[in-house]
Ligand binder design. Structure first.
Ligand code: NAD
Ligand code: WQD
Length: 341
């Protein structure tokens, strides 16, 4: 059985990907230090799949402990590297924490690839590397804009590290996946996003407002140059996103002895405004949402959505789930969490 190391595997996107890998009969080793997730997520994964991943509570900033995992699992064939700090605002407050965690973790994994002969890695990147794009939809060849936060800068630097390191490592292949806006939860409602504190992201804020945890959603700006004045993003279902990782792993393993670094956009190709998301949420869930229009949020861009044609043709992958289905899954997940509190 092919053994895949998933870092950040108890996190939001990682846990959904672990489910897809287990369902494709792969063996999974998770590394997570539980800094932004809970051990209980493992129960959700097992309930869905009837299988158990190996779990290693390890901090990737610790090189020796990280190497220890490769000593215990000498047959790891590929790595999917999700583990990172990801809060844009927090990264402005604590830049060194972000550079330390996101860069050191990657470097230690690259060192382990070299030392233990692991040939493949899939890396979690972000559409944040494009900033405010000059043309839409945005392709993988669009220029990388100066990062607007230390978080965004870590993704740019990590891609550069990967590009440069892979060029010197014969036979290694890396795929960097640039996610647009991942939302929703597994249809079982056994795993989903667990935002700690007040959510920064739109969809968790919407579901928490509808469930009464938050009083009112602030819509950040209605005077953008968009059809309804609110900002536009490409919201992608987290299960669709997870499936793309299985495809990327297969592509790397089928590739043979090449040293290369590839980049793919993971989005739906469809841009939706904040008002359109609110409307789709109300329609799919039957909940009416309390919201008010506020000023723009600092650092926000006006509109971004993916050109997915390269991922569609080269990976043979396409996002399949619609926005209403996806928002309904986020709502069911919210109800599930609330019923346990
Ligand atoms: P998440 O916080 O839910 O998951 C990340 C996991 O990594 C957490 O479980 C955390 O405990 C773990 N982790 C962090 N630092 C670690 C370390 N040093 N050692 C071991 N474990 C560590 O985040 P997510 O939303 O699942 O995001 C996964 C990846 O995707 C991240 O790299 C993120 O930057 C990227 N990404 C996320 C989004 C998004 O909107 N969620 C968008 C684009 C890219
Ligand atoms: C979406 C839209 C907001 C909250 C962030 C990161 C990005 C990537 C994905 C990791 C925007 C509006 C939001 C609210 C609102 N993450 N909004 N009221 O900003 O596109 O991207 O997550 O790589 O790097 O920056 O996502 O969900 O925060 O916002 O009106 O309470 O919803 O202004 O237009 P964003 P988001």
């Amino acid at each position: 059985m092919t053994k895949i190391l998933v870092t950040g595997g108890t996190g939001y996107i990682g846990s959904h990907t672990v489910v897809e890998l287990l369902e494709e009969e792969m063996e999974v080793v998770i590394i997570d230090n539980l800094s932004n997730s809970e051990r209980e997520v493992l129960n959700g994964i097992s309930s869905i799949t009837g299988k158990e991943p190996h779990f290693e509570e390890v901090d990737l900033r610790d090189r020796e402990s990280t190497f220890g995992v490769f000593e215990r699992h000498p047959d790891i064939a590929a790595i999917i590297h999700f583990a990172a700090f990801k809060a844009v605002g927090e990264s402005v407050e604590k830049p060194l924490d972000y550079y330390e965690n996101n860069l050191l973790s990657l470097i230690h994994l690259m060192e382990a690839m070299k030392k233990y002969g692991v040939d493949h890695m899939v890396f979690s990147s972000s559409c944040t590397v494009y900033g405010e794009p000059d043309t839409l939809p945005v392709t993988e060849n669009a220029p990388i804009k100066k990062a607007s936060s230390p978080y965004g800068n870590t993704k740019q630097i990590c891609e550069e590290i990967l590009h440069d390191a892979v060029a010197t490592m014969q036979g290694k292949g890396v795929i960097s996946l640039r996610y647009f806006n991942p939302i929703g939860a597994h249809e079982s409602t056994l795993i989903g996003e667990l935002p700690i504190g007040v959510p920064n992201n739109l969809v968790p804020f919407i579901t928490q407002t509808a469930s009464g945890v938050r009083e009112c959603l602030s819509v950040f700006g209605d005077n953008y140059n968009t059809p309804d004045g609110s900002a536009i993003r490409d919201y992608i279902n987290v299960v669709d996103l997870a499936k793309a990782h299985v495809v990327a792993i297969r592509r790397l393993m089928d590739h043979g002895q090449k040293s290369d670094f590839e980049v793919f956009n993971l989005g739906t190709g469809r841009g939706l405004s904040v008002f359109e998301i609110i409307e789709a949420f109300e329609k799919s869930t039957g909940q009416s949402l309390n919201y008010k229009v506020m000023g723009r949020r600092e650092g926000d861009i006006e509109k971004v959505y993916a050109d997915t044609s390269y991922a569609n043709s080269e990976l043979g992958w396409k996002a399949e789930k619609g926005i209403e289905e996806t928002l309904l899954s986020a709502w069911k997940w919210e109800l599930n969490i609330r019923s346990k509190k």
